[in-house]
Design a binder for this molecule. Structure first.
Ligand SMILES: [Zn+2]
Length: 143
């Protein structure tokens, strides 16, 4: 049974919102404070929420496979966040913790992290392994 709720921390008040994946492109607002929920921060997706979000968005999706113990992943995190803000409305940037979501790592054959993957219409179109700067992430998302 798949759960299509995405947990999103509100950038304004910090409240965790459970957002139906289908509403990802509808500029959802925070249930507590009413501020826009998606202000360009990467979404944290899991084995359970990933497919529903990818199916719901009309934007290209850029996935960062990472894990908390991975030094290069942590080094790249600020670049990924910066790219996500700059790409707001043009691409959806998501993070997948490969420890917590082994199903996705298996499906896409992720052998090393960080690995960046671009999906268009749910299909993989690009992949790059290793930490890269924000400019390279933005270029991969199509500028
Ligand atoms: Zn809020």
């Amino acid at each position: 049974m798949t759960n299509d709720l995405v947990h999103v921390a509100c950038p304004a008040c910090g409240a965790t919102n459970r957002l139906p994946a289908q509403r990802i492109d509808e500029e959802p607002s925070c249930g507590r404070c009413g501020q826009a929920l998606l202000q360009g921060q990467p979404l944290e997706l899991t084995d359970d929420s990933f497919d529903a979000v990818v199916a719901a968005t009309r934007l290209p999706v850029l996935v960062d496979f990472w894990a908390p113990w991975c030094g290069p992943c942590r080094m790249m995190a600020p670049a990924f966040e910066q790219a996500s803000r700059q790409l707001l409305g043009r691409a959806l940037l998501v993070k997948v913790n490969s420890d917590d979501s082994p199903g996705l790592s298996r499906r896409y054959g992720i052998r090393s992290i960080p690995t960046l993957m671009r999906l268009d219409g749910g299909r993989e179109s690009q992949r790059q392994s290793g930490a890269v700067p924000a400019a390279a992430i933005i270029a991969m998302a199509g500028g």
